[in-house]
Design a binder for this molecule. Structure first.
Ligand SMILES: Cc1cc2nc3c(=O)[nH]c(=O)nc-3n(C[C@H](O)[C@H](O)[C@H](O)COP(=O)(O)OP(=O)(O)OC[C@H]3O[C@@H](n4cnc5c(N)ncnc54)[C@H](O)[C@@H]3O)c2cc1C
Length: 539
């Protein structure tokens, strides 16, 4: 029997893509340059993809060209595949196939290029009107990076808004190792403006626009005092599983709620390759799970991606909140700000972050996939899961752990054994030396204190978490000795009107606990706003 040939785009995906392409208003011309010498599978992918898209919409007009041909010389094309979107109008260049996560960015790009209307806010567009100089933006991405599409779309939107001034190039680091090496870009997204590194990681929109204007790195800008103020019942800070669940429960109870998320919807789960312990799903990609949660939450609450909460002030009746975009007056605030990866705090760690050091295997593992040698530092669930993910995509991975047993679940430990992932026991990383990139690690034996240097291309650090508790500290919330917010069983903190849920409260840091606490918090907030417990006590 002949093996059944899978369609290039599945029936379900085709339906979704077709619906998006139906939004195209004007034709979009696309030039696809390929060569037979390099990146064969990615060239084939690009040709098939644009052929299929053109079949789905008569507004997609692809032309396939050879690298080295006349047109490639005119456009100065040097890498294969390279894709130019609407080259007669804009300077938008995709150096690398728009595969994996990057396909999301491509769809938005096609819609923006077709209409000339971008996703940038009015404030960003107004600010960009001040740009009078030419700018070249380069964004380094990879197909498995959940943060990259949003950054790529912002950069492409800028090229559309400022056509004639801004040229944007989205570069896949795996298919273009020479460019990644030239710019030392080994973590994604990484943003260069006029060949100067301005940002590691996803930038908030207002920060990115400022970086484009100034061509320098910029810190978050505080909101202007004249910014409009929105009055709401509840502000939820963070769109991880706790925040999204709280939003569903709060809105369904009748509370007008906004979720402000400084980065991407999905929190830490969005960077988790595979989740195997969330009931109802035997095995699901973290990003997919969070996309499903977000789709449900968006039906109820306003969720603002890229909006960072900067300050919370308590007044007599409400909380005055400043974010990177606007002000709110809210009757209650729920902190679901989660936690972030702990740093090792050793020489080399800061210098080589993004140059071989990473805290996210799903984002950065791809680059090391052709048998490059990396270590994962840590002994818990995250370290084990990250090591398994890296091994699965073809990375030569070793775990380095300072003890002689792992804390990871037995299931994951068995996975490490089955996959023959070596573990260096009783070993502590003392230094990460490198040149432009990481070249090795200095390990100390925790028993006899002897030191040795081993050569590695990458270091993935998974040694636990620290709570995102800046806002909590500024408010004077009670925390435990590790900085996690103390809450009662109804998720109330020591300050009336302020609640916390999920990883920021410590304890068992898992998706199931985060969602359950998010639901409890929302129900408590509804109760307290309808019938304030502090007034009940006084009566
Ligand atoms: C690599 C990895 C693998 C994991 N695997 C699993 C697993 O298999 N199963 C499982 O159950 N759990 C797993 N976890 C743990 C799980 O991801 C967390 O328990 C869960 O994400 C906690 O949800 P949360 O909503 O409390 O916080 P988070 O998911 O951390 O979300 C907090 C959000 O708040 C935002 N934020 C912070 N400060 C601000 C601010 N000032 N303004 C606006 N937004 C802000 C952050 O950007 C973030 O998006 C894993 C974690 C990691 C890192």
């Amino acid at each position: 029997m002949k093996p059944r040939k899978e369609p290039f785009i599945s029936k379900d995906s085709r339906k979704i893509i077709k619906k998006e392409l139906d939004n195209l208003t004007n034709p979009v011309s696309i030039l696809i340059f390929t060569s037979e010498d390099v990146n064969k599978s990615f060239n084939e992918f690009s040709i098939k993809l644009f052929t299929e898209l053109a079949r789905m919409s008569d507004k997609i007009l692809p032309e396939f060209e050879n690298l080295g041909g006349e047109l490639s010389k005119i456009y100065d094309i040097t890498h294969s595949p390279t894709i130019l979107i609407q080259p007669d109008k804009y300077h938008i260049r995709l150096t690398g196939a728009p595969a994996g996560e990057e396909f999301r960015a491509l769809l938005v790009t096609l819609i923006m290029a077709s209409s000339g209307v971008t996703v940038l806010s009015d404030a960003s567009r107004k600010r960009l009107a001040d740009l009078k100089d030419k700018r070249n933006i380069k964004v380094f991405v990879s197909p498995s990076c959940p943060y990259c599409p949003q950054q790529a779309v912002m950069a492409i939107a800028t090229a559309i808004e400022k056509a004639g001034f801004v040229t944007t190039e989205i570069i896949d680091i795996y298919e273009n190792k020479d460019l990644a090496a030239k710019y030392n870009a080994f973590s994604v997204p990484q943003i260069f403006i006029d060949d100067r590194l301005v940002g590691l990681g996803l930038q908030p929109e207002e920060v990115f626009v400022e970086e484009v204007i100034t061509a320098t790195p910029v810190k978050t800008r505080p909101v202007e005092s004249s910014a409009e103020k929105k009055e709401i019942d509840l502000l939820i800070i963070g769109a991880g599983p706790a925040g999204l669940t709280a939003a569903i429960y709060a809105e369904r109870s009748g509370l007008e709620s906004v979720v402000a998320e400084k980065s991407n919807i999905g929190g830490q789960v969005a960077i988790t390759p595979i989740v195997e312990n969330y009931p109802g799903f035997t095995r699901i990609g973290g990003k997919t799970l969070m996309d499903m949660m977000a789709q449900q939450a968006i039906q109820y609450a306003d969720i603002h991606e890229g909006e960072e909460v900067l300050e919370i002030l308590k007044t007599e009746d409400v909380f005055e909140i400043k974010t990177s975009r606007r002000k709110y007056a809210a009757k209650a605030v729920l902190l679901t700000t989660g936690a972030e990866s702990k740093k090792l705090g050793i020489p080399g760690e800061k210098e080589f972050q993004g140059r071989g050091i990473s805290y996210c295997a799903a984002c950065d593992g791809y680059f090391f996939k052709d048998g490059k040698k990396v270590i994962v530092v840590g002994g818990g669930n995250t370290a084990a899961a990250e090591a398994l993910y890296l091994k699965n995509i073809g990375v030569d991975v070793t775990i380095v752990h300072r003890k002689d047993t792992l804390r990871a679940e037995m299931f994951l430990q068995q996975g490490l054994k089955n996959n023959n992932i070596p573990i260096l026991w009783n070993s502590e990383v003392k230094e990460i030396p490198g040149d432009k990139l990481v070249t090795g690690v200095v390990l100390e034996n925790t028993i006899d204190k002897s030191q040795k240097t081993i050569q590695v291309d990458g270091v993935f650090i998974a040694i636990g978490y620290t709570p995102n508790n800046e806002l909590a500290k500024n408010l004077g919330l009670e925390t435990d000795e590790e900085g996690y917010i103390k809450v009662d069983p109804a998720q109330r903190t020591n300050i009336k009107g302020i609640y916390a849920a999920g990883d920021i409260t410590g304890g068992i840091k898992q998706i199931v606990t985060a969602v359950s606490q998010g639901a409890v918090a929302a129900m408590t907030i509804f109760e307290d706003i309808s019938n304030p417990y502090w007034k009940k006590k006084r009566a």
